[in-house]
Write a protein that binds this ligand. Structure first.
Ligand SMILES: [Fe+2]
Ligand SMILES: [Fe+2]
Length: 247
């Protein structure tokens, strides 16, 4: 990581951490924030499952096993956020019931992922054809940072209120899993590449992450920190998300 990337990373991470802490602490914005995490975590499960099958088909038992555990962890993470949401009397909205234009692909484009995977088409990052090194390195960076972000988020939650105390415990356990995910992804890179190339590819994705964080932050600032509502009151419904990877 060069000096500029490092600065960009710090600015982006600082701004993202500011928005995260503010939204999590404020009872009014907390449900929407929890919903976004529920969608991101659960949304990564089919992607990881498909990758597990592909690794198995290619004879990489080691990776297939790690991916199986990863997928089940992300499923559990989604449930932790869904449970917290339920404790707030909320649930994720049913995207299928929204008017067509509101749930269009256009609106769900994420400035972060657009920038992070710049140069790769949606087809390029589908699980049946994504380059393994692209998957391993890009996800390694996301998992590593997620583990730190979740630990920071847990720290802002107060312990004197039961709902927030249990969410804090949940988020801390998520943070531990993300650290383990980052660990196996890095090991997978080391199994495929000499260390000097591992360093280079990790560096490349660190730079991409810094740029993507900045793109996301600028987008958030333009919207005044507001995002559309992802929650509603009532019973649990099925939801549809389209995220290539989530921590
Ligand atoms: Fe996760
Ligand atoms: Fe993860």
């Amino acid at each position: 990581m060069n000096f500029l990337t490092n600065i960009l990373h710090l600015i982006g991470a600082g701004a993202a951490a500011y928005f995260s802490a503010r939204h999590l602490r404020d009872p009014l914005t907390r449900p929407n924030f929890l919903a976004a995490f529920q969608l991101a975590e659960s949304g990564s499960v089919p992607f990881l499952e498909a990758l597990r099958k592909r690794a198995q088909a290619e004879g990489d038992e080691w990776l297939a096993e790690k991916l199986a555990r990863h997928a089940s962890d992300e499923m559990r993470h989604g449930q932790i956020f869904a449970h917290a949401l339920k404790q707030h009397g909320k649930q994720v909205i049913d995207f299928k019931q929204l008017p067509q234009e509101k749930s269009s692909k256009q609106e769900r484009k994420s400035p972060f992922f657009e920038a992070y995977y710049e140069g790769y088409s949606r087809e390029d990052i589908k699980p049946d054809r994504i380059d393994w090194l692209v998957f391993l390195a890009s996800t390694y960076i996301l998992e590593l940072d997620a583990s730190k972000d979740f630990a920071r988020m847990a720290a802002v939650l107060p312990e004197d209120e039961p709902r927030s105390r249990s969410l804090k415990q949940g988020i801390l356990s998520v943070a531990q899993d993300e650290t383990r995910h980052a660990g196996y992804l890095y090991e997978a890179l080391q199994r495929r590449l000499p260390q000097v190339q591992v360093d280079a590819v990790v560096d490349e994705w660190r730079t991409r992450k810094a740029k993507a964080l900045l793109a996301m932050t600028l987008d958030l600032l333009q919207k005044g920190g507001k995002s559309r509502s992802l929650v509603t009151d009532g019973a649990l419904v099925e939801s549809e998300v389209d995220l290539p990877v989530a921590a």
